[in-house]
Design a protein around this ligand. Structure first.
Ligand SMILES: NC(=O)c1ccc[n+]([C@@H]2O[C@H](COP(=O)([O-])OP(=O)(O)OC[C@H]3O[C@@H](n4cnc5c(N)ncnc54)[C@H](O)[C@@H]3O)[C@@H](O)[C@H]2O)c1
Length: 329
């Protein structure tokens, strides 16, 4: 059984991905600081070993006999990235660059970096992997830096692939209600109004958490010639939405009268993304859409599986609390 090391495995995407990768027949080493708790992953067993540790300090020995690394660990959104920009660079950029270097030195053959479409920033028209980027925040800049550093490490024995994920939605063991679609459903069910980030005209691409995880599973098995030193946007052209229109779709999918309220300062991140490359080269298309995702989250809330009052579900607030308690980020 081949082993895949997943960093940030107890996070929103990681806790879904870990189970999919195990279902694909791999053993997973799940490396995580466990900022959101250990309970997001199952107990250790034949094909799962959870290691509490920090990507900045992890021992090289952990990479022994590992076939592939998926490097999710990061302070995972723009507001969290601004809490302490130096920490954000030390984890999201230098920490993940270190993981790639340790993986290469240990003879790991495949390294996948899950980056973000947010590095496109504000752009008119449609962008693809060849477009100039416009990273506007510390989080986006750190992602851009690590993309460049890890791609430069690719060689005949070390296959490096970067994916730029659209904004993710859907249910996960480590739930995030700070993501647009999930937050819309929460606001709607609790207050009867969908919270919409001003001014609602901004374009954003979306992808379901199981769909982005499926893309990573695909990369574990893909022909290395197709993915070596490549960058892929992960999502689908049809799921580029303007935020106001997205809110309308969420309301409709839940069969509720469309009521909304504005929040925040006008969002300067607006980008429409082409997902042609991953479709053409790897035959990848997502299975979910925003409506299905919204229904899934609403159902999870209604049946008590997803707790909207869980303080860990708003990432920046949880990190603020940890900082106040003296936990080192
Ligand atoms: N969720 C999205 O919409 C989205 C979109 C694009 C890209 N991404 C990227 O995907 C990755 C995962 O995002 P997520 O939504 O699952 O976030 P998350 O916050 O739920 O998960 C991140 C995990 O990393 C861990 N972590 C943080 N710092 C660490 C460190 N120094 N060492 C070890 N573990 C550490 C945390 O404990 C957490 O479990 C991130 O790199 C994020 O930037 C996410």
């Amino acid at each position: 059984m081949k082993t895949v090391l997943i960093t940030g495995a107890a996070g929103y995407i990681g806790s879904v991905l870990t189970n999919l990768v195990r279902d694909e027949g791999y053993k997973v080493i799940a490396l995580d600081r466990l900022f959101f708790g250990r309970d997001k992953l199952p107990a250790d067993c034949d094909n799962l070993k959870v290691v509490e540790g920090d990507i900045r300090f992890v021992e090289p020995g952990l990479f022994k006999n590992v076939a592939a690394v998926i490097d999710l660990a990061a302070l995972s959104n723009d507001p969290a990235g601004e809490l302490d920009p130096i920490k954000t660079y030390s984890i999201n950029h230098l920490g993940r660059t270190r993981v790639a270097a340790l993986a290469k030195a240990a003879g790991v053959s495949r390294y996948i970096l899950p980056s973000s479409c947010s590095i496109y920033g504000f752009q008119d028209g449609m962008v693809d992997e060849t477009s100039a980027v416009n990273p506007l925040t510390t989080y986006a800049k750190a992602n851009y830096n690590v993309e460049n550093d890890v791609l430069a490490m690719a060689d005949d024995t070390f296959t490096v692939t970067v994916i730029r994920q659209a904004t993710v939605y859907g249910a996960s063991p480590r739930m995030r209600f700070d993501l647009a679609i999930n937050g819309m459903v929460k606001g709607f069910l609790i207050n009867g109004k969908i919270p919409i980030l001003k001014d609602g005209n901004q374009w954003r691409p979306f992808v379901h958490v199981r769909d982005t995880s499926r893309a990573m599973c695909l990369l574990l098995k893909a022909d290395r010639k197709l993915i070596q030193k490549q960058m892929f946007n992960i999502g689908s052209d049809e799921q580029n939405y303007q935020i106001f229109d997205l809110a309308r779709r969420v309301a409709k999918s839940l069969n509720m009268e469309f009521q909304y309220e504005w929040y925040g300062d006008p969002d300067h991140r607006s980008y429409r993304v082409s997902f042609e490359k991953v479709k053409k080269l790897l035959g990848y298309t997502p299975e979910f859409n925003a409506e299905k995702g919204a229904q899934e989250v609403a159902e999870g809330m209604r049946n008590g599986i997803l707790n909207p009052d869980d303080p860990t579900t708003i990432t920046v607030q949880w990190y603020k609390k940890l900082l106040n308690e003296g936990v080192m980020l």
